[in-house]
Design a protein around this ligand. Sequence first.
Ligand code: NYM
Ligand code: MG
Length: 212
Amino acid sequence: EGTRKESRGALIVLEGLDRSGKSSQCSRLVSYLEGQGISAELWRFPDRTTNVGQMISAYLSNTSQLDDHTIHLLFSANRWEKRSLMETKLKTGTTLIVDRYSYSGVAFSASKGLDIEWCKAPEIGLLAPDLVAYLDISPQKAAERGGYGDERYEKLDFQKKVAESYKTLHDVSWKVVDACQPIEDVEKQLQEIALDCVIECQKGKPLSPLLW
Ligand code: NYM
Ligand code: MG
């Protein structure tokens, strides 16, 4: 009823290099939360299902060429076009587990030599995550896992630059999880920190804009 304050969902972002295990951990985490009776959805950026997402996908698969600034803004636009749905979901109590977010946007574009402050600017005003979990793996170890695809950016030399860019973005609020542990151990750690975060949001932690 109108007077009862419904608790909101948490915005939980997983970040890391390609092959750090984000995608499998994101789906495991959603299953875990659902098993705990928590409404949760798996989201990912880029979201390749939209028109903007299809332009991004073509760029990543090298079927289109775009200026570095242009693709940066498309990645950002792809988050902006989902912003209001994201807010609605969170406010109606759904926790979102998001595979990559603004930090990927800034880390990957800055690794091409774009000015980092310029890269951050279009991200300002998106929803701030309640938790950023960074799956930490060295570029060398990630490359050894094999399975880099043929997409743009999936090269050891570039991933080394991305790792450095992520380091400049880390702040104290990030939870760094050692991604080289057995998959079940990574899973357990993520479950604990995610559950804490969900509870904090249920207790009324406000949703806020991303400011950097
Ligand atoms: N990527 C992802 C960016 O360059 N900017 C962004 O804003 C985002 C969200 O897209 N190598 C890069 C990182 C990845 C690539 O993502 C595709 P995925 O998670 O591999 O589908
Ligand atoms: Mg990838």
